[in-house]
Design a protein around this ligand. Sequence first.
Ligand code: DGP
Ligand code: NA
Ligand code: NA
Length: 215
Amino acid sequence: QASHESTRRGALIVVEGLDRAGKSSQCERLGDYLTEQGHSVKYIRFPARTTPIGKLIDGYLRGSTNQEDHAIHLLFSANRWEVARSIEEDIANGITLIVDRYSYSGAVYSAAKANPGLSLEWAWQPEIGLPRPDICLFLSISAEEAAKRGGFGAERYENETMQTRVRELFRTLFERQEDAYIIDAGNSIEYVAQDIQAAVSSCFQRLGATGSLRT
Ligand code: DGP
Ligand code: NA
Ligand code: NA
C-alpha cells in the first residue's frame, strides 16, 4: 500500500471565498482531515506576501502604497506565476496542496472595482496557463451573515459595496467552471467542514491528468 500511495500524484485544491467566510479555519480542518486519510498535505496562500512582488502587494492591501488598477492586477498574477513551478513539482511528488485563494480571487477582486472596471474576461487572461485546480470551493456567506461576523478589517476591499460585487462575480465565474462548488459557509463550522470533505472526497475519486487554466 505504501509504495502505491507514494506514486500517486497530489491534488490541487483551491479554497476561495469572501473576506470573513472562514476560509483559513476551513483550510486547516481540511488539511487535518486529508492528513488523517493518509495524504501528504501542504497549505499555501495567495497573495504570498513575503516574496519581492508579495511585499508590493502587501503594502497595497494595507493602504500604505497605491497602485494603478491594471498594474496591481498583473502583480497579483505574477505572484502566482512565481510559485507555479513549485506547485507542479509538489503535485508530481504526491503532495496535495490546499491553496487559500487563487486565480478566481485574482479575476474577481479586480473586476469588482468601480473604476476603471476591468472586465472579468480581461482580468482572467494572465491566469491562463497556471496549474489548473482539480477542485475549487467557494465559501459563500450572505451580506447579512457577513455583517454578523463583526467589523471588517482595515485592509483595502473590506467594505460592503466591494464584497457585494465580489460575491456576484464569484458566482458568475463558478457557474461556468467545471469542478467548482459553491459552499454555504453561513452554516456551523462543523457542517461546512463536512460539505467540503464530501466535495473533496469525490474529487479524489476522479483525479485525472494535470492541466493548465484556460479561457
Ligand atoms: P486574504 O489574505 O485572503 O485576506 O486576501 C487579501 C485580500 O486580497 C482579500 O481582500 C482578497 C484580495 N485578493 C486576493 N488575491 C487577489 C488578486 O489576485 N487580485 C486582487 N485584486 N485582489 C486579491
Ligand atoms: Na482579507
Ligand atoms: Na492572490
